[in-house]
Design a protein around this ligand. Sequence first.
Ligand SMILES: Nc1ncnc2c1ncn2[C@@H]1O[C@H](COP(=O)(O)OP(=O)(O)OP(=O)(O)O)[C@@H](O)[C@H]1O
Ligand SMILES: O=P(O)(O)O[C@@H]1[C@H](O)[C@H](O)[C@@H](OP(=O)(O)O)[C@H](OP(=O)(O)O)[C@H]1O
Length: 430
Amino acid sequence: MSTQHQIMDSLALGRLEINRPMVNLGTCLSGSVKEKNAQGGSQAAHLNGCVPLSHQVAGHKYGVDKVGILQHPDGTVLKQLQPPPRGPREMRFYSKVYAEDCGDPCLLDLQHHLPKYFGTWSSPEYPNELYLKLEDVTRRFQKPCIMDVKIGQKSYDPYASHEKRDQQIKKYPLMEEVGFLLLGMRVYKVNSDEYHSYDQHYGRGLLKDTIKDGLSKFFSNGRSLRKDAVAASILKVQNILRWFEGQSQLTFYASSLLFVYEGLPPPSPEGHVFRGPPEKTTSAADACCEPNEEVLEYNNNIRVAVPLDYSLSTMYTMYKKGCTRGHHGEVTAASDTTTGPNPQEDNSTWKCPGLVPAEQPNGNGIKAQLEEESGVGEGGRGEPHPEQRVSEVEVRMIDFAHVFPSESQDQGYIYGLKHLLEVLQQILHQ
Ligand SMILES: Nc1ncnc2c1ncn2[C@@H]1O[C@H](COP(=O)(O)OP(=O)(O)OP(=O)(O)O)[C@@H](O)[C@H]1O
Ligand SMILES: O=P(O)(O)O[C@@H]1[C@H](O)[C@H](O)[C@@H](OP(=O)(O)O)[C@H](OP(=O)(O)O)[C@H]1O
């Protein structure tokens, strides 16, 4: 039996091993940084029940013999640990933030902006090949529109070789000035029922004066500019900025924000929701123009009864009024059931790493846990209750292969966030 089949087999039998991560971020983050070296190749192309992440919009460096990121039907993704030092560093970052005994309010607050972490996973056949088991941020969306934006003025860390530094600078010389880079996106077009994909080259081609238009493609569904999604994204990014302005213990390089919003249009007055035929995808080098798009202002999914002449600022204010201040002072949509769990309210379920209770060795409990929190019932991608639809935007921080301890604010990341917010505001008010 091939190794791949062995892994598939063990998954089918539910023989998953959830490993308790080694929690020692301090050592890892401050430890010596070795050059990236090759890890033993992974033989698994598909793990049973898992599929390669169809919506992966960035991060294709794994090569042919690597699994990369897999989507599990329980509402999680498995991210293969990258070769050292990146993979272990990312693992220890998650382990620290989600540590069971974590009492640091700053890190507890950070959990709200990250995918939930369920520890590491490996197959019995390949116990040395580790995967990070993470919440699939797109899981509750029917037609997820996804964008990956790398944040910061430097996309290389202080330990990077000259070669690596040059490689990164050459890829996007404007990083220092712009503070962010669009790595990729996938946009659902309601008029054609297709996804348009934009790869890293699209983002690298954006200059200062074209960034706004470049970014607004993410919110253009072929029929309208989704200002509701822009406004909701702004609120989420502002929360992240607030977190960064309040912390001086971590510095992030080459880390991303993952944006997701529901691409399906809101239900018709009769309550019908257009789901469209099965997905089609086009690569959209040529899909950058949206002729005759009108700017409609509608809530993503809730039908908001508003007079036609409502100004955008009124809409935006209305949107904001649907928001409350969360437990940690963060702003969340009133019906937002998707932000991370409040560890102080629920000590039993989300107590940090290792995370998957022993009695759920195949991780099946994760699905129920995620569903319970998102209010999505059996099927995972079912129709959410109308009241939940206002919050159907996610902005989460991902990719922590280059996170280091610090003693000052992360100015590079803050700069990037502020500029990104400026551009989003411009899109909102255009
Ligand atoms: N938790 C998640 N939920 C849903 N999708 C995810 C999640 N994490 C990652 N992805 C998808 O996978 C892509 C790559 O993720 P990530 O940046 O973590 O991988 P990477 O291999 O480290 O990438 P890079 O080569 O850019 O460093 C993202 O752009 C996104 O499309
Ligand atoms: O967008 P591309 O062209 O795929 O470029 C990759 C991207 O910048 C990754 O973020 C980076 O990994 P890190 O962020 O972890 O450095 C990787 O470095 P690598 O070539 O050294 O793997 C680059 O190749």
